[in-house]
Ligand binder design. Sequence first.
Ligand code: PHE
Length: 371
Amino acid sequence: MAYSVRKLTDFSAPSLDAASSELASALSQASAGIQSEAEFKIFRDYWMGRKGGVLTHLNDLWLKASPGPNKRDVGQRVNELKKKVEQAVESTLARIQTGESAGKLAAESLDITLPGIRRPIGAEHPVIKTMNEIVRVFRNLGYSIEEGPEIETDFYNFESLNFPPNHPARDTQDTIFIAGQDSKPQRDRLLLRTHTSPVQIRTMQKMKPPVRVVCPGKVHRNDAADATHSPVFHQVEGLAVDTNITFCDLKGTVDHAMKALFGSSVKTRFYPSFFPFTEPSADVQISCIFCDGKGVRDGGPCRNCKASGWIELLGCGMVDPNVYGFVDYDAAKISGFAFGMGVERIAILKYGVDDIQLFYHGDVRFLEQFS
Ligand code: PHE
């Protein structure tokens, strides 16, 4: 900013012309060099500052100093220059402001018109969803939840449930045993639990009656995988022990649960069966939900219930008094019932799935239908 207002002695038109154009060119040169807001402020004050700014000097050195006859002409020129300076200051500010925001945009390279990144929303797996539904039915009846280990001892999986050593009932469970356990006493040997019934024993060992629990969990059997079998599947166990619990309580509870799961028009029927840890024992069948229990569908035999009108769904019974002996309950004072159901089997019926393996393949096209 080398420019400073010259003191005029000659107020003739040509002299004023020369001085004015000298100022104008200094102004446009100074304006062009401004790159930042800080530089702009210095520039603005230099030209327009009240004390010592160029415009103030113009007033003092040109206008006030001019002799009477020239005042009019000088005043006009000073006004024009004043306008020029104001315009230059304004346009310089506009230039650095837009320039700065354009620069910032370029640096961020943020294109807000691009579509966002879509994250697919996950969903509960149909087996877990069904397991939670079953558990919820019993929670609503006041049952609490208990869990136990998937690697169990022979004692919890069999012995305490009244399967005597070497009893043929053990064979029905197709057990997967953990290797290298032979040196231990049989009851301490480890295996993958074949059912959730060991949680009955663990629960009764840690709490006194009244007991009302459901035990959801994973179980293992030495079964080859096919459309209806899987070596790993899920069960929900139930146990109620109190004074005066009868088979009627069992029937009413199971009937209520089946209606809650499959709809209020579903009927249940109890069919004699055998489990070492319940006496009497029953298999529960529900009226076929595909043919409404008629056994015929679309003019032919119903395939889902093999034309019987009934579908077998769970095992249950009154807790065998021998079991109470293993957990220090007084069989003379209390009674109870237990039941166990396969979660996949219920999910298959509820959702009309025709191959249990579909649950384990993790194929999103299958799984997303349940979200
Ligand atoms: N644990 C039995 C099974 O897996 C089912 C069952 C549970 C039967 C409780 C009676 C009482 O086959």
